[in-house]
Design a protein around this ligand. Structure first.
Ligand code: NDP
Length: 482
């Protein structure tokens, strides 16, 4: 059986304690590899390697750093098929999605930050009359920690590590134990691209053990984390008393607000995607649909028809739009929410049943579920399910739509479908979300700030925001004589 290993100091290493975890293929329900059950000892070893690499890496020219990052991007692109197949097998997502989105985006992350670092500049402030010149020196932090989730494994892992190393830091990173494979394969690419040893160290293992050891390590200066809100809270509690810099990208329960004046067919096609892409396991999925009363009946009919036509199958079948959920445990969690919705009196308009896929009978397949609700306070409206479950509620006017949309603890993203420009501007300002999409969804320009409000997180990633996070600003004030 395949053994995934830690990538520390430029080489693959077994866990010090010699303990391993099982890694499941969600499309078959079978164990297909073992991964290190790393402990604080492995994290300490990774930290030492990162620390030793820091002086040299932080003094490497911007051109050289940029060149290496772009080489990594090229190698990810050259290995598209292998990486996409590994991602589909490890996560259960359709291979077509991994090929079109996950792996190209992982490559784009390295290419983007390889270029962005050549343009990263700081400000200067001349205090006229006082004869002083201030400038902001931005230095890499040292050794930083990056922790990523299982839903977009290589995509989100690279979204963190690429800006961290571009800015001159060295990294101890942990991918999710549920989907470790592509981060493991990245190790080979890093060596081939000539990334100096110790600059990026990848430690596998559980969140409470290996992840916690990264967060609690006294000399790891910053933590960039993407994952659940509860885990984020725990991380903040550990890191805050140590005064670590924190970027937390957490859960979402995003509204998708549909007005009668929208471009209906486009809205319908995109709403199917924003509800169920990646089996609904994207933090940005529009899991709460609010539709204007006048078109609600037609919308429900058309939407359910489109959802019912989605092909549920194994990730490697080219017809598949809905693959397997990531794990047995997650499948059971999603099913429990469907039961909660039923208990709360919600109406199941479609789906919610397990699916047996021929030849893959033990995989974790679930029909996409469309649930009609009339109470915005019920749990299915308020809590993140993070699966193929979408709710529909109607509204009478813009004011009510806004009130319903903002009435949750989360504030990650929101989508609005309308052709009214004034309404677009009003809602863009008033929606409590870090990202507002109007007449589109998941449209990303990597230069924009990315992150959430309220319980969806603290801080922003993307563009220069990420490079600012991974650097320490220092004000230098020089007095001069004229
Ligand atoms: P988790 O919070 O369970 O895990 C995220 C990562 O943190 C994993 O690597 C996990 O390891 C690790 N971890 C768990 N416990 C600890 C700990 N005590 N200390 C340090 N690290 C820990 O999230 P999921 O993997 O289940 O991902 C789903 C969640 O991620 C959803 O809530 C989703 O909304 C959110 N998300 C947010 C995004 C955003 O940009 N805002 C984007 C994508 C997802 P292990 O896997 O071993 O448990």
């Amino acid at each position: 059986m395949k053994k995934i290993k830690n990538y520390i100091n430029g080489s693959f290493q077994e866990p010090i304690a010699g303990d391993w975890l099982d890694n499941y293929n969600p499309s078959t329900g079978e164990i297909y590899s073992h991964i290190p059950k790393s402990t604080s000892k492995d994290v300490a070893k990774a930290y030492e390697a990162a620390k030793d690499a820091f002086v040299s890496w932080s003094n490497t020219t911007i051109e050289e750093r940029s060149k290496i990052l772009i080489r990594i991007a090229d190698l990810i692109e050259a290995n598209l098929d292998t990486l996409a197949e590994a991602e589909a097998k490890d996560n259960g997502k359709p291979l077509s999605l991994a090929k079109a989105v996950d792996i190209p985006r992982a490559s784009a992350n390295f290419r983007f930050f390889g270029n962005a670092i050549t343009q990263f500049a700081s400000e200067a402030h001349e205090s006229v009359g006082l004869n002083t010149m201030n400038f902001t020196l931005r230095s890499p932090m040292g050794v930083v920690g990056c922790i990523s989730p299982w839903n977009l494994p290589l995509y989100l892992f690279t979204w963190k590590v690429a800006p961290a190393i571009a800015a001159g830091n060295c990294v101890v990173a942990k991918p999710s134990e549920v989907t470790p494979m592509t981060a493991y394969l990245l190790g080979e690419i890093l060596s081939e691209a000539g990334l100096p040893k110790g600059v990026l160290n990848i430690v596998h293992g559980t969140g409470p053990e290996a992840g916690q050891a990264i967060v609690a390590h006294p000399n790891i200066k910053a933590i960039s984390f993407t994952g659940g809100t509860k885990t984020g809270e725990h991380i903040a509690r550990t890191a805050a008393p140590m005064f670590k810099k924190l970027s937390l990208e957490l859960g979402g329960k995003n509204p998708n607000i549909i007005f009668a004046d929208c471009e209906y067919e486009k809205m319908l096609a995109v709403t199917v995607k924003s509800s169920f892409a990646n089996q609904g396991q994207i933090c940005l999925c529009g899991s709460r649909i609010y539709v204007e009363e006048s078109i609600a009946k037609q919308f429900k009919k058309d939407f359910v028809a489109k959802v019912a036509a989605l092909y549920i199958g194994n990730p490697f079948n080219s017809k598949t739009s809905i693959g397997a959920l990531v794990s047995q445990e997650h499948l059971e969690k999603v099913e429990s929410y469907i039961e909660i919705a039923k208990d709360e009196g919600a109406k199941i308009l479609y789906g919610g049943e397990r699916v047996s896929v021929k030849g893959f009978e033990n995989g974790y397949y679930l029909q996409p579920s469309v649930i009609e609700v009339d109470d915005n306070k019920c749990r299915i409206q308020q809590e993140e399910v993070f699966g193929p479950v979408v709710t529909i509620m109607t509204f009478k006017n813009e004011e009510e739509a806004l009130q319903l949309a903002n009435d949750v603890k989360y504030g990650l993203s929101a989508t609005v479908w309308t052709n009214n420009l004034d309404r677009t501007m009003r809602l863009s300002k008033q929606l409590e979300a870090g990202i507002v999409w109007v007449n589109t969804w998941l449209n990303r320009d990597l230069r924009t700030p990315f992150g959430g409000m309220k319980d969806s997180g603290v801080g922003r990633e993307g563009g220069f925001e990420a490079l600012r996070f991974f650097t320490e600003p220092k004000n230098v004030c020089i007095s001069y004589n004229l």
